[in-house]
Design a protein around this ligand. Sequence first.
Ligand code: SAM
Length: 262
Amino acid sequence: MTTNFTIRDEIREYWSLRAETFDLQPGHEIFSDREKKAWYALFQKHLGSGADRSVLDLACGTGVISHLLFDLGFKVTGLDWSDAMLAKARAKSKKRNSNIFFLTGDAERTGEDEGSYDVIVMRHLVWTLVDPQTAFAHWFTLLKPGGKLLIVDGDFVRKTPLGKILNALRTGFEKLGGVSKSNKSPAMVETHQRILSQVYFKDGARESDIAAMLEREGFCDIEIQTNLSAINRAQRVHMGFLEGLERLTLNRYAICVSKPLD
Ligand SMILES: C[S@@+](CC[C@H](N)C(=O)[O-])C[C@H]1O[C@@H](n2cnc3c(N)ncnc32)[C@H](O)[C@@H]1O
């Protein structure tokens, strides 16, 4: 029997199933001013203040990052391919009275016009890209000359030695029926693993590899920030003990690059 169900469909379905509880999880939605300030600092450091510049939040999910960018004065468009995620994002925007435009689409081939954005931002998208090199080339065309691309992600596959121990302890604890804040059923964990085994960065999304791929597409002024400890520490407070400790060991990073002016 043949099937047309692709890896892209599987990723979209996985996140649609997670939409309902996504914002309950620390590390996704923001639960303190301390964390909010840490995010503002990261964005301001790399992008400056919004000043009404247009930003595209790729794979915006429930709009957590879109809202931070809106607060900073950007004109925000959030794009995601999961309608369940977008429904949450739109409801949040209505509740907060934020003027953000949300649209359905594939981040790897958005259909947006060339040269239409000052800034492109994404959190936790790159690790799951099916064809990152083509996506990076596409994002280059979407930016205006001098525009900036900011990736916030992590290499969640290659763990530090302490991270491995904490991960094993936490997984064991959850198997014994311990309380987890990750809200992932065993079936979801399995789907996550199956997806990970099929994507380009299945062995981990290393920041140096991503930077080299971006450079190949013509991006310049590459800045890599590997110290996200202010954000990690603020998130940890709202997590279970083991999950919180594990968070401090994750290889998370921000990569900011520019499109040359000419
Ligand atoms: C881990 S969530 C991150 C959501 C949001 N960026 C955040 O940090 O809160 C991943 C999101 O990426 C979306 N996604 C993954 N691949 C995508 C693609 N190729 N096009 C559009 N959305 C995608 C999923 O639907 C999901 O909403």
